[in-house]
Structures are given as C-alpha cells and as structure tokens.
Design a protein around this ligand. Sequence first.
Ligand SMILES: Cc1cc2nc3c(=O)[nH]c(=O)nc-3n(C[C@H](O)[C@H](O)[C@H](O)COP(=O)(O)O)c2cc1C
Length: 168
Amino acid sequence: MDALEAILTRRSIRRYTEEPVSDEALETLLEAAMAAPTAANQPWHFVVIRDRSSMEAITGFHPHAEMLKQARVAIAICGDPSLGHLTGRWPLDCSAATENILIAANALGFGACWVGIYPVEERIEGLRKLLAIPEHVIPLSMVALGHPAEQKAPPNRFKRDRIHRERW
Ligand SMILES: Cc1cc2nc3c(=O)[nH]c(=O)nc-3n(C[C@H](O)[C@H](O)[C@H](O)COP(=O)(O)O)c2cc1C
C-alpha cells in the first residue's frame, strides 16, 4: 500500500482478532511515530501496554475506550514539556506522532483507533496513576491496536467549499 492509499483508507477500527501484534511490528509503528514532524524537538514518550488488566482499568475512567478490551496492544503517547524548547507545542507534536502511528498501522494491515486523553483531566490523571507517568509528563492520546476484525469503507470527507484560494 502506498502512502496516499494508507492515508485515504484509514478508518478507526475498534474490533480486533486475538492474533498478537509482534514486537517487530510495534517497533516499526514507533519508528513511524518518531519520524513525525516536530516543533519542539521530539517532546514525547511512548508507553506500550499489553497487560489486559491495564486495558480493562482504562475503561473504568474513559467512557469511549471499550475497544481496549479487545485490543492486543495499546500505545500511550505522552508529552514531556521539559524536553521541548518551545512552550505549548507538545500537544501538536504528540498529535503528529499519533497520526503517523495510525497511518503506518493501516499500511501494515492493522486496525487502530485514536483514544483521546488530553485535555480531559479525569483521563489524564487516571492514566498517570495506572501507568506511573511522572507528574511533569502529560498523556495526550492512546492508540488501540490489533489485527482488524471489522472492515470500513474509506471515508469521503473531501469538502470543496472548505478550500479558499489566495484569499478566504
Ligand atoms: C483527538 C481525537 C480523539 C479521539 N478520541 C476517541 C476516543 O476516545 N474513542 C474513540 O472510540 N474514538 C476516538 N477518536 C476517533 C474518532 O471518533 C474518529 O476518528 C472519527 O469518528 C472519524 O472516524 P474515522 O477515524 O473512522 O475516519 C478520536 C479522534 C481524535 C482525532
């Protein structure tokens, strides 16, 4: 699958088979994450979660994370403002890294879904406590991941009326 196809066919996949996701594939996805553009000198850390009880626990404080009960692995993308030299950029950099994981996952045939954490305080603190994330680090998102057990048609969200040429 080429890059454009991986972008245009990406959907949120929330059902997964029991087939495991290999460490090699996971490392490729993290390599894709770290290849993302960065304004603040890569101000991120990634927590890889395979533990089923941790996945279950997240659904206790996150109302839209039920897919974690089936996910084979999840990645928490966390911002560390102390690593960046520009203030306020870490959410942007972490978002770019998250999107890269989603596109790479689709390209490799995995199903994946963005699980929103930041800026919801309850989710940030719930994840911080569960994963022992340091006080100065802020979890921005998670990606739930597995081999897909559902198929979705490519989205067609192209809106010509949202495009402005030269001036608004
Ligand atoms: C910032 C952000 C947070 C999101 N949080 C969640 C979430 O907590 N749970 C979930 O099931 N999907 C979440 N999504 C996925 C969206 O629901 C999904 O991308 C949207 O409905 C469009 O569908 P598609 O990804 O299949 O194209 C999130 C997406 C973004 C960009």
